[in-house]
Design a protein around this ligand. Sequence first.
Ligand SMILES: [Fe+2]
Ligand SMILES: [Fe+2]
Length: 301
Amino acid sequence: MRFETECNYTAKRFSLNIFITSETPVRRSFFEVGRKILKIVYCGDVVGRAGRDAVYNNLSLMRERYRADVIVVNVENAAHGFGVTPGIARDFLDRGADVLTTGNHVWQQREIVPFLDECRQIVRPLNYPETAAGRGATVFELANGKKILITQVLGRVFMDSVDNPAFALDRLLKNYTLGRNIDAVLVDVHAESTSEKLSLGHYLDGRVSVVAGTHTHIPTADAHILNGGTAYITDVGMCGNYDSVLGFDKQAPIDRLCQRYNGNRLEVCRSNGTVWGIFVETDDKTGLAKSVEQFSLAGGN
Ligand SMILES: [Fe+2]
Ligand SMILES: [Fe+2]
């Protein structure tokens, strides 16, 4: 027991601002000796073909390198930058993703609506009206019986008008207590404002395993474990082409900036994607985070 306590402290201290690339070997923690941990990989917003190919090309690598129990991918921009189709969602699941999250663009491909009801491996934001299609949370069960709750909320600053994300999560978490009836909880905070994301992270600290921000498509350098044991990052970053404006070809956004001309359509980048994500290990007994690492992986095409 004493050994575990010392290791836990070490993991927390060394989990701050760790950044790894495809060339950097992953540190294996002492906890792995007893395999008393859950390993979660979360990939940020997939933008168009560049993002899709980057994730497809790395799913096996992520499973192997991180020995991931669950791989969660945000697919809100996977269909040409706007939303996701059932075909693309199935592609991700067939190729090895376990659960998909979405975001404010979830409704933009209309054919996804019935799929959101049918498929338990995709979630839309929890704080949309209860009458909205699909589900705001899902429980993914591993072969060994461990259960991971995956949910997503939208922020409200510069975003759609939705229910208070904190209160929506309070209602959900009334049914789930870490270490008692759920083994890990991942919350995707899909929001524009850094302060709103951080406030929600602290609000949930100690009650969930991970609070991971998405939506801005820009990775932030603040992956760390909060005082109560929740892994936190303000934005995971996108999976897409970084020689772009948020995954889209640069010219149309530059024209809009310089000429106030809105005639050019946004065109999504089709190649040279990079995967950005986080890797989190959670404690088997408490469900809280033991380590969090941010990573990026070259996409190949
Ligand atoms: Fe978004
Ligand atoms: Fe996005």
